[in-house]
Write a protein that binds this ligand. Structure first.
Ligand code: NAD
Length: 380
């Protein structure tokens, strides 16, 4: 089996998730290639010890990401750093000839995303994908297949949501995700926008216009040093897009909420159509819901336990649950499969074009939220 040698830039929350997924690659059966993490980089030196302790394959640790890029033994980079750094680092990664799985949102705002897109255009020889793992849940895949089969008929409404309550405690110390100069003015839309746009964009649903209601409840936070500092990023966004489709126009509702009472980390997709409807939520990770109806017939939801019917086959018995760490590993399997010449089982990771489209949607949503007006989305 082919080995693809990786370097990780950013050894925080998401850097560790990739390391864990790579370390249990034997979980997957029948993959074309496997990732091996050979180098890690973080400006916080202490974070790298966890990697060297658990991954004997790591031979390079550095606080300077350019040293990682100069390593000829590294084929590909996973970059999971704060948003303000994407536009500087991603082009340098590509210029070094490394393939890239970059964390969302692929630049802090549309302007910074444009710099990344320019660099991608200059380096067609490397594979670039954007991280977005939730569509790899088996239930999400069923909803996608349902729509692709035509079972929904003409669409009435689509709702794609990412709800969590990480910021509900106003006494939580501020971190970079709540700082405009590091996370971007989008706030919750930069954090969660790619998660809610990935499936709609993949299914060809690009809203022409959007209207956004933005919520700002927590305006200051402790800084952990005894001070109270401004917390300026948006907490929640509810965006209604207008999609023009052959079968009739419909609303696309996108929710990115960081203060969603009762939700720890819920991603969901619901498609309502004239012939059928389908729904998946990570709250019920083993199930999906669907219904088919004839004219004049009943509309009755059916609930199917899917278990672990993953896109990339795994050793876990089909009756068991699938979870977040599995979705991460399936996303990685898709990226590694593409690197090894495969088609990612027909569902490749989010593309740079999709990331760019999501920026245009969120840029229009931000303008709408501030002005109260419907905004046209300016796709590139
Ligand atoms: N796909 C997902 O589900 C998901 C979930 C959370 C975060 N993310 C994304 O992952 C990225 C990172 O988020 P996180 O939650 O892992 O953040 P984090 O703060 O836990 O980790 C970021 C790491 O980057 C390091 N860093 C900062 N500047 C650096 C530099 N110049 N060189 C090297 N390392 C540097 C920090 O020290 C930190 O350890 C963001 O783009 C975020 O949107 C994705």
């Amino acid at each position: 089996m082919k080995t693809i040698r990786f370097g990780i830039i950013g050894c925080g929350l998401m850097g560790r998730e990739f390391a864990s997924a790579a370390a249990r690659w034997m979980h997957l059966t029948n993959t074309r290639a496997r990732p091996e993490i050979v180098g890690v980089c973080d400006t916080q030196e202490t974070l790298m010890g966890w990697f060297t302790t658990h991954l004997p394959s790591v031979t390079q640790t550095t606080t300077d990401f350019r040293e990682l890029l100069a390593n000829p033994d590294i084929d590909a980079i996973y970059c999971a750093v704060p948003h303000v750094l994407h536009a500087d680092m991603y082009p340098q990664i590509l210029a070094a000839g490394k393939h890239l799985l970059g964390e969302k949102p692929f630049g802090m705002d549309a302007g910074q995303n444009a710099k990344i897109m320019d660099a991608i255009a200059k380096h067609p020889d490397v594979l670039v994908r954007c991280s977005s793992e939730m569509p790899y849940f088996p239930g999400a895949q069923r909803v996608i297949d349902f729509v692709k089969s035509g079972a929904a008929g003409n669409i009435l409404e689509v709702e794609s949501a990412f709800l969590h309550s990480s910021d509900i405690n106003p006494d939580k110390v501020i971190n970079w995700k709540r700082m405009i100069d590091v996370n971007g003015e989008y706030g919750c839309m930069g954090d969660l926008g790619m998660h809610v746009c990935h499936v709609p964009l993949r299914l060809g649903w690009k809203p022409k216009t959007v209207h956004a209601s933005l919520v700002k409840q927590v305006t200051t936070r402790p800084d952990g040093k005894g001070n109270t500092v401004p917390c300026e990023t948006w907490d929640n966004a509810t965006i209604t897009g207008h999609v023009e489709a052959e079968g009739g126009n419909f609303p696309l509702v996108l929710k990115t909420w960081r203060i969603a009472p009762g939700e720890s980390n819920t991603w969901s997709i619901r498609v309502l159509g004239m012939k059928g409807s389908a729904f998946f939520t990570t709250k019920s990770p083993r199930q999906w819901q669907f219904m088919h109806y004839e004219p004049g017939g009943r509309q009755t939801w059916q609930v199917e336990d899917l278990g672990y019917q993953s896109l990339f086959p795994a050793i876990t018995g089909g009756i068991f649950e699938f979870g977040f760490a599995d979705a991460i590993q399936q996303m990685w399997a898709a990226f590694v499969d593409e690197l090894a010449g495969g088609n990612a089982q027909g569902f490749k990771c989010a593309t740079p074009d999709e990331a760019q489209d999501h920026h245009q949607i969120m840029t229009a949503a931000l303008a709408s939220g501030k002005s109260g007006q419907v905004q046209t989305v300016a796709y590139s």
